[in-house]
Design a protein around this ligand. Structure first.
Ligand code: GLU
Length: 405
């Protein structure tokens, strides 16, 4: 059978692949500690689950409108207005999709012509480049380093712009870096964007609620000069521990936002139609009644960030900034490249480091290569798991590093 060139060239999601490998080993009875998928270990809050159960019992099992029903889109528009200060957002601007991942996929499909350049500060989440390329776009990496907290400067952005630049991806707090931009840093980036006609900002804010470094989350779409060129993408997976529900949404502002919303609805009408109808009341409950649950989980992530950072900092040769948001730490492990593990594996790359760590200490982390330039010296470790697992995992990581010679 001949597969399309488009799909044949596609690489699978590394984050999901490493997670699947860890789960397969666990199913065989191997005691693997997985720090691979960015997935909160908490259960979905009971109120949210009950809202879905009630909707099912009311028989809300038929098709709903493609972007979600008006009541839910209104709740999301109010959230974006109140919490994110996005101007001119109404229910009509909002499109609900099956996860932030589908929202992003569709936004790239809707905005990119073949050859259009998308500026991507890296290291960045593994799925942006394949999604951009599937839409015919070309990734232009702006490489950031641990020394700058993995943040792009306005000067770097200016240097990456060409006449073909069409979009800029901002992901703050960042997956995989675990750092975030301060409001003034995003305002400075917005000033550069303001000078580049037609450049659209795609702001992935999935981790907005998981912040603990004293830096407030800021939505670049709230900057009036560029608001009508920003698409804000968010979802319920991370803040509400709802990864398996697959609920994401996006919105632009004003006339641009309405035009984009219509295009996204047309696109989605030809693929998944909508999220499950009986999830919609649960979305409303999450966004209006569960601030206390979000805060409880945020505090746990804040504590785990501290434990993780202090333990990683004690392991010789591992270098990373203190995490300020999301639930990842992304240490540079390249000080150990060229060494040999206890089993005789030569560690020449982050992939070798992660593979040997899994083989020899049964600890799964995501190697940094697929997070783009700047990631190839690093491994991603998520602390979205219990304190005891974190301590045990980092003790094994320490033992692994100590065994290298
Ligand atoms: N976004 C999470 C991660 O990076 C979930 C897996 C995925 O979709 O990539 O681990």
């Amino acid at each position: 059978m001949q597969l399309s060139a488009r799909v044949s060239a596609l690489r699978p999601s590394t984050t999901l692949a490493v997670n699947a490998k860890a789960k397969a080993l666990q199913a065989q009875g191997v005691s693997v500690l997985s720090f691979a998928a960015g997935e909160p270990d908490f259960d979905t809050p009971a109120r949210i689950k009950q809202a879905l159960i009630d909707a099912l019992n009311r028989g809300e099992t038929k098709y709903c409108a493609v972007p979600g029903d008006m009541a839910t889109r209104k709740v999301i528009a109010e959230k974006l207005t109140r919490e994110n200060a996005l101007p001119n957002v109404t229910a009509d601007h909002v499109v609900i999709s099956s996860g932030g991942k589908q929202s992003l996929y569709q936004v790239f499909q809707a905005l990119l012509e073949p050859g259009a350049e998308v500026i991507l500060p890296t290291p960045a989440w593994v799925s942006y480049p394949p999604q951009i390329e599937l839409a015919g776009g070309k990734v232009v990496e702006v490489v950031t380093t641990a020394a700058s907290g993995f943040k792009m400067t306005p000067g770097q952005l200016r240097g990456a712009v060409t006449p073909r630049s069409r979009a800029l991806v901002i992901n703050s707090p960042s997956n995989p870096c675990g750092t975030m931009y301060a409001p003034d840093e995003l305002r400075a980036i917005a000033r550069v964007v303001a000078d580049i006609p037609d450049l659209v900002v795609i702001s992935d804010e999935l981790y907005e609620k998981i912040v603990f470094g004293g830096i407030p989350h800021f939505s670049i779409g709230s900057v009036p000069e560029i608001a009508e060129r920003v698409v804000t993408v968010n979802g319920l997976s991370k803040a509400y521990a709802m990864t398996g529900w697959r609920i994401g949404y996006c919105s632009g502002s004003g006339a641009f936002g309405l035009q984009l919303s219509k295009a996204l609805q047309t696109l989605q009408s030809q693929s998944t139609t909508s999220i499950a109808t009986f999830e919609l009341p649960a979305v409303r409950v999450a966004l209006t009644e569960c601030a206390d649950d979000v805060e409880r989980m945020r505090q746990a992530f804040a504590r785990r960030a501290e434990i993780t950072y202090s333990l990683v900092s004690k392991i010789p040769g591992l270098v990373c900034p203190r995490p300020t948001g999301a639930f990842y730490i992304f240490p540079d492990v390249s000080a150990h490249f060229g060494k040999v593990s206890a089993n005789g594996t030569v560690i020449a790359s982050a992939a070798d480091f992660a593979a040997a760590l899994l083989d020899e200490q049964r600890v799964a982390v995501v190697p940094g290569e697929d997070f783009g330039s700047g990631g190839e010296k690093c491994v991603r470790f998520t602390f979205a798991c219990g304190d005891e697992q974190i301590k045990e995992g980092l003790s094994r990581l320490g033992a692994f590093v100590a065994s290298l010679h």
